[in-house]
Design a binder for this molecule. Sequence first.
Ligand code: ADP
Ligand code: NI
Length: 217
Amino acid sequence: MEKRQIIFKVAKQVKALLQDESSGHDWWHAFRVWKMAERIAKKEKANEFVVSLAALLHDIADWKFYDGDESEGPKQAAKILRQYGVQAPVIQHVCQIIKDMSFKGAKVKTPMKTLEGKIAQDADRLDALGAIGIARAFAFGSYKRGSIYDPKIKPAFHRSKQQYFANKSSTINHFYEKLLLLKDRMNTKTARSLALGRHKFMVSYLKKFFKEWKGKQ
Ligand code: ADP
Ligand code: NI
């Protein structure tokens, strides 16, 4: 099967899998990450086949929904790719990217081993920023049954994946615990410059949020 055809078949499968997802990890998240990753891959002259597959498949079984288990996502992705006769080294590369991709706490490093991984990670992180990032954060916050904001709970900089995973603080805290840190953790120049605009928008959103919280606006 041709590479383009495989990508479209995989996209169709991911769409079916993530159709009814309501925590911000839905099909349209995968779609946006895919398109953004493709765009960066063209600029950076990376392997577009690997980047597209990793972007599409990165959230089909995220560890956050599997009790912290990082092996389920790569396992399910490999199963899909084998159906289309994708070569073993490509499957291995895509699965490694999926495994390494997630943010796991402010003090936890999440380095990517290859250019393709760096690009997929950047595209995923861009989707956590800006207007869309704000919408997704509140969607996930409600899935986690956390509050919108609680002034009594201070933001924390998590030192391990376990701490980050167990965290029960508010969605506004999540901006300080992750979202505002992402602009400095982008891997590629293209993503860094897009991240900056999205970052500024979140900063102004937070300013207004706190003004309204205090009844000043
Ligand atoms: P990552 O794999 O890096 O976590 P995802 O694509 O899985 O990225 O996106 C996770 C989404 O859920 C992001 O938009 C993120 O900001 C949001 N999120 C994660 N944890 C929380 C939380 N505790 N409160 C609110 N939003 C959260
Ligand atoms: Ni994602």
